[in-house]
Structures are given as structure tokens and as C-alpha cells.
Design a protein around this ligand. Structure first.
Ligand SMILES: Nc1nc2c(ncn2[C@@H]2O[C@H](COP(=O)(O)OP(=O)(O)OP(=O)(O)O)[C@@H](O)[C@H]2O)c(=O)[nH]1
Ligand SMILES: [Mg+2]
Length: 295
């Protein structure tokens, strides 16, 4: 393959919380690089997911959903991630849920550079039985913004991911790979391990705790056959510590064992998690903690 034939693009995936941005990225890559939950505001970091083919590299940036409600340092950093990414990419995918167009989303496109292509992804179309309703819906949106493409998708379906890649291929330009062509993400093993633990907080805990807690990797010890990961779960109230641990430690046990399954898929050695839960009020406003978490 001559170097000249290599093509690439960078693509930001943006949209309100819970519209399915991370799911779409995972479907495209056939790997879970970004955690998903049924609740809004799951993604906290910008995460690059890298699609590689012999002469193609498309770098997708999954972003936290736009949110205006909470004002901690963490939330400001999350909003900044979207604002900083949008002006630097070749293509922006604005994801919305089927039939939930909100003209306020166009505000997020104000920072798009002139030559950036913006696709509107109307996602979760599997949830709408009568597909004829999409025709007037799309016609109305067309009058409001000059999207390069308007696509109807279901991000949980493999064929939607493949269709999106086929269309994106029309928007690639000549260029060199930005990342190693064997990588599927820019994030380290530590980061992914912490995220997989955090994903289980969404699964096993009630409404508030996943939003007011965080996960830090304190260290990783490797022996020839075992990887021991030391994990700290930070909560911001003493009462939350007891809830995370649960009666007879059962909730924490489930969190650990389910997170371990996800982490185990990424390594060939046996994974062992040592987990502590610590109360640390206002960790979301501590610059030191946020740095340790990769912000
Ligand atoms: N029915 C259906 N559900 C979907 C689809 N895509 C995503 N979901 C579900 O929607 C929920 C949210 O998905 P995420 O991928 O975490 O959404 P997100 O936009 O990344 O959310 P934030 O990170 O919170 O901004 C999860 O329960 C997904 O399983 C889809 O195409 N169809
Ligand atoms: Mg997400």
C-alpha cells in the first residue's frame, strides 16, 4: 500500500445525555471502549475510539452528554471537553433520540468550523413502530440546519454501525494515521479498569450514588499469572459508603465480581480486584483527584 492512499478523519460524537453516543461507538468498533448505562450522564471523559482498516483510520471522540444542571469543577471540565473537541474535528455526529428534536442542540454546533461536516444521527429508531412518521420529522429538521447527512439508525444494531462507516468513508481525506493502527482507544488499561468499575455502580446502586462517586486506580501489581488491581471508590457522604458496601458486603461483592468479568476480557492473566470505599466530600471539586482520574 502506498502512503498516499491512506485516508483518515476525526469525528466527534455529541448530543444530550442518554441518547446512545457511547453505545454507537462501541457498535462501530465491535468493542466496549466506552461504558454505557440506562441512566443519563454516564460518560464523564472524552474517549477516543479508533476504527482501523488497512488504508483507513477514523478516530471517534465520544463525549459526555451536554449538561447544564450541575456546576462542580467536574461538570465544567465535562462541558469544556465538548466545546474543545467540536472545533477540531472533520465530522461532527449530533446524536438525538428518535423524534426528540430539540432546537437548543443547535447551540452546540456554533463552534463547528466552516468546513466541518455535521451529520444528524436520529438514533434508537427501533423504538418507533410506525416508520412513516420520520418523513415529516426529517423534512422539518432540514429547514433548520444544513446537515451534510441525516441518518436514521439504531446504535445497538451492527448493521447501523456498518452503514455509518460506509457513509463516513465519503468524508475521509488523505492523511497519516494519528494513532497506532493496532489500538482501539487512546485510553490506558488503568483508565478502562476504573471505568468498568464505575459502570457497575450504575448497575447496582440507586439514583444518586453513581453521580456523586468516583473510581480511582491506586495501583496495579503484576505477577506472571495474576494482575492485582487496587481500586478506590470515592463517595461524598458517609451514608453512601454503607450503601455501596451493602448488607454483609453483598452489594460491593456484586460490583467487584461483575467489574472483574469486564476487565478479565481485556487481559490474558487472571484479574483480582482489591477494592476500598472511602468517604471524601466534594471530590468532584478537587483538582488533585480529578487529575488522578485522568481529567
Ligand atoms: N432501544 C435502543 N436503546 C439504545 C440504543 N442505543 C443506546 N440505547 C440505550 O440507551 C441508554 C443510554 O446509552 P448510552 O450509550 O450510555 O448513551 P450516551 O449518549 O452515551 O449517554 P451519556 O454518556 O450519559 O451522555 C442505554 O440503556 C443503551 O442501551 C438504540 O439504538 N436502541
Ligand atoms: Mg456515554
Amino acid at each position: 500500500m502506498s502512503e498516499n492512499s491512506f485516508k483518515s478523519a476525526s469525528v466527534a460524537i455529541i448530543g444530550r445525555p442518554n441518547v446512545g453516543k457511547s453505545t454507537l461507538l462501541n457498535t462501530i468498533l465491535h468493542h466496549n471502549v466506552s461504558i454505557v448505562s440506562r441512566r443519563p450522564q454516564t460518560t464523564r471523559h472524552q474517549i477516543a475510539g479508533i476504527y482501523n482498516q488497512p488504508n483507513i483510520q477514523i478516530v471517534f471522540f465520544d463525549t459526555p452528554g451536554f449538561q447544564y444542571k450541575f456546576k462542580s469543577k467536574l461538570n465544567n471540565i465535562m462541558n469544556r471537553a465538548i466545546k474543545n473537541t467540536v472545533p477540531t474535528v472533520d465530522v461532527v455526529l449530533l446524536v438525538i433520540e428518535a423524534l426528540k428534536w430539540d432546537i437548543r442542540d443547535l447551540k452546540e454546533l456554533e463552534r463547528v468550523k466552516k468546513n466541518t461536516n455535521v451529520f444528524l444521527i436520529i438514533n434508537k429508531i427501533d423504538q418507533v413502530k410506525d416508520k412513516t412518521v420520520f418523513f415529516p420529522f426529517v423534512e422539518n429538521i432540514k429547514t433548520q440546519y444544513a446537515f451534510s447527512e441525516i441518518l436514521l439508525l439504531s446504535g445497538i444494531k451492527k448493521k447501523s454501525g456498518e452503514a455509518l462507516i460506509q457513509i463516513l468513508k465519503k468524508y475521509l481525506s488523505k492523511g497519516q494515521p494519528q494513532y497506532n493502527q493496532q489500538s482501539i482507544t487512546d485510553r490506558s488499561f488503568d483508565f478502562i479498569a476504573a471505568e468498568l468499575v464505575r459502570e457497575q455502580l450504575f448497575v447496582h446502586l440507586g439514583d444518586e450514588i453513581p453521580y456523586t462517586s468516583a473510581v480511582l486506580i491506586e495501583g496495579i501489581d503484576e505477577s506472571p499469572k495474576i494482575i492485582t488491581i487496587k481500586v478506590m471508590i470515592l463517595v461524598d457522604k458517609a451514608s453512601h459508603k454503607g450503601i455501596v458496601i451493602g448488607k454483609k458486603g453483598l452489594t460491593l461483592k456484586k460490583i467487584i465480581s461483575d467489574a472483574r468479568v469486564g476487565i478479565q476480557k481485556r487481559v490474558s492473566k487472571k484479574v483480582f480486584l482489591q477494592v476500598w470505599v472511602k468517604e471524601q466530600p466534594s471530590w468532584a471539586d478537587s483538582t488533585t483527584n480529578l487529575r488522578l482520574m485522568g481529567f
